[in-house]
Design a protein around this ligand. Structure first.
Ligand code: 13P
Length: 255
């Protein structure tokens, strides 16, 4: 069944890479994307660490691969040492930014309210916001996965969001960097739940892309990306190797 939602395969490099290896990796992905041309079934996004946004942006220029940030400030400018405004990302050619990744929610104590404010700041700058939500192992074991992810979603997505500039990433915390992946049925149930909530909250919620993230690699991507409401992947570790990342891009279904 055709959904009309073009898959998005997004690379989250996290805090990895120096200039030489980051630009080489981006260059390898850009070359493959250029070679694929119109046969490319997916949008491709690379979110390097902030220090590499400019040099990676130079490498991606003229290729179909999008550039993105991993976080942005809810503020527009001012005395916020170390933070990066959405306008600054936009200024470097970013088209997207990740907000509310679980590593920021856990490591930087980001709340749903802060994630919502960051997402609003990104949308106000015309960036696509990739809002991340997921449950911990304890929450899943307690049978609360659908409820907690649903609550996180509704409190993290601002009311003004539109499908053209909103992406949701379902990333179970216990599946990130662990090699563990939910069953296909669990992923399907969660994505269906997220879809229902988005359709309720937003007039065009049916068109929002919902990505799965957590130990996606070339060898498991095909079956995950084939699930009805899975519209792409947010890839961590496997995005640090061009061949492995491209192996995921290649199995994205045409929709
Ligand atoms: P891994 O692909 O390394 O599990 O990381 C997923 C993730 O957190 C992407 O944002």
């Amino acid at each position: 069944m055709k959904s009309g939602r073009r898959p998005l395969i997004a690379a989250n490099w996290k805090m990895n890479g120096l200039k030489a290896d980051g630009t080489a990796l981006a260059g390898a992905v850009a070359e493959r994307a250029k070679a694929a041309g119109t046969a490319l079934a997916a949008d491709i996004l690379i979110c390097p660490p902030a220090t590499l946004i400019a040099p990676v942006g130079d490498v991606l220029a003229g290729s179909p691969v999008w550039l993105g940030g991993q976080d942005c400030s809810p503020e527009t400018s001012g005395a916020f040492t170390g933070d990066i405004a959405a306008a600054m990302l936009r200024d470097l050619g970013c088209r997207a930014v990740i907000t509310g990744h679980s590593e920021r929610r856990a490591g930087h104590r980001e709340t749903n309210g802060q994630v919502r404010a960051k997402t609003s700041a990104a949308l106000a700058q015309g960036l696509v916001a990739i809002v991340c939500v997921g449950e911990t192992a304890a929450e899943r074991d307690a049978g609360q996965a659908l409820d907690v992810v649903g609550a996180r979603l509704l409190h993290s997505v601002p009311d003004e969001a539109k499908a053209a500039s909103l992406v949701v990433a379902y990333e179970p915390v216990w599946a990130i960097g662990t090699g563990r992946v939910p069953t296909l049925a669990e992923i399907e149930a969660m994505h269906r739940h997220i879809r229902t909530l988005l359709a309720d909250k937003l007039s065009d919620g049916a068109d929002v892309r919902i990505l799965y993230g957590g130990s996606v690699k070339a060898s498991n991507a095909r079956e995950i990306l084939a699930i009805a409401d899975v519209d792409g992947a947010l890839v961590g570790g496997a995005s640090l190797k061009a061949d492995e990342f491209w192996g995921i891009v290649e199995v994205a279904p045409t929709r």
